[in-house]
Design a protein around this ligand. Structure first.
Ligand SMILES: [Fe+2]
Length: 324
């Protein structure tokens, strides 16, 4: 019992089904976060606009000087709505990140220590081959819950597990990101990075992919977007694509079933394995803290507003409101 008390608890099922909660997440999590858009090879076509819609904010990436040797200097990132100011950052190894507002901390504060890890890899080599997008009937957290642990791998992903035996699998949590280590003996393969809250980068099977689990105002629906990078013949790419799609579809099915159970009230809240689910505990705690903080800030703001209104009423004049 002692160990159970110390185990981290999951977020309640209601957090996966509530529109009001999503709106708090939107303001408290998504609009204050940095989001991974892709390696520079995603933006190699000159003047092609790559459009992202993240938490109902549309941002655009364009490469205005693709002909340059390094292909990087001309990349610009902006919000479709000109009144929205955002920030962007390109790491020395070629990974592009952006925010959805100017409210986010600096990249260094948000992802401290990330570049030490990513700088070991050159992300400018693998060409972009394909991007796909489709909707799923699950909350964004249902997908991230599954990504952040590999307890389900053995029975859900038989082909993946043959290549990366789950016995080795571990997750290391850092500053708003997690590194998954699939097999320490395969140094050049099997790098899995999770960027809080919804983006991932996966180097395995000889190629690279990234996905975003994009939330919608309907808490039970998300949009999956995948980008695939690979150097090799078309035939080799198709082989790689088949392998990684198999894993993704297995996860997709699991998420739709898990969400249906969450909505049916089959499950309310539980404990997490502190070792095997440390990645889930890590990101859920961030969601919990961000939502509570946002709620407290908005309540305080409302209180201040109420007091101002009361003063105005007592004085019977609107000019007090302006002066306060
Ligand atoms: Fe999985």
């Amino acid at each position: 019992m002692e160990s159970l008390r110390k185990s981290p608890r999951t977020l309640p099922a209601s957090w996966y089904c509530s529109s009001a909660l999503y709106q708090l997440e939107r303001r408290g999590v998504f609009k204050k976060a940095w989001h991974f858009l892709g390696p520079v090879t995603r933006f190699q076509k000159e003047f092609e606009k790559v459009v992202y819609e993240i938490a109902q904010v549309t941002i655009v990436v364009e490469n205005k000087t693709a002909k340059r040797e390094d292909g990087t200097d001309g990349i610009i990132v902006y919000a479709e709505d000109e009144s929205t100011k955002i920030k962007s950052h390109l790491t020395p190894s070629g990974l592009l990140f952006a925010t959805l507002s100017a409210d986010s901390p600096s990249f260094e504060d948000y992802f401290g220590g990330l570049e030490e890890l990513t700088n070991k890899i050159d992300f400018t080599k693998l060409p972009h081959r394909r991007s796909i997008s489709y909707e799923g009937r699950f909350n964004w957290k249902t997908m991230i819950d599954g990504y952040q642990e590999c307890l389900h791998c053995q029975y859900t992903h038989p082909t993946f597990s043959k290549y990366y035996p789950p016995a080795f699998y571990k997750v290391e949590n850092h500053n708003n990101f997690s590194q998954h280590i699939a097999d320490p003996s395969k140094q050049s393969d099997g790098l899995f990075l999770y960027f809080f809250p919804i983006c991932t980068l996966n180097v395995y099977g000889g190629g690279m992919s990234s996905f975003r689990t994009l939330p919608s105002p309907n808490p039970g629906v998300s949009r999956m977007e995948f980008d695939y990078y690979y150097s090799g013949t078309d035939e080799e790419f198709e082989e790689y694509f088949k392998f990684v799609r198999q894993v993704a579809m297995e996860d997709f099915e699991l998420c739709e079933k898990a969400q249906a159970n969450l909505e049916r009230g089959v499950y309310a809240e539980g404990v997490l394995n502190p070792v095997k689910e440390n990645g889930v505990a890590f990101y859920q705690q961030k969601v919990r803290e961000s939502v509570y903080r946002q709620h407290a800030e908005e309540e305080a703001e409302k209180d201040r507003g109420d007091k101002v209104a009361q003063v105005a009423e007592v004085n019977g004049t609107a000019s007090v409101v302006v002066a306060t």
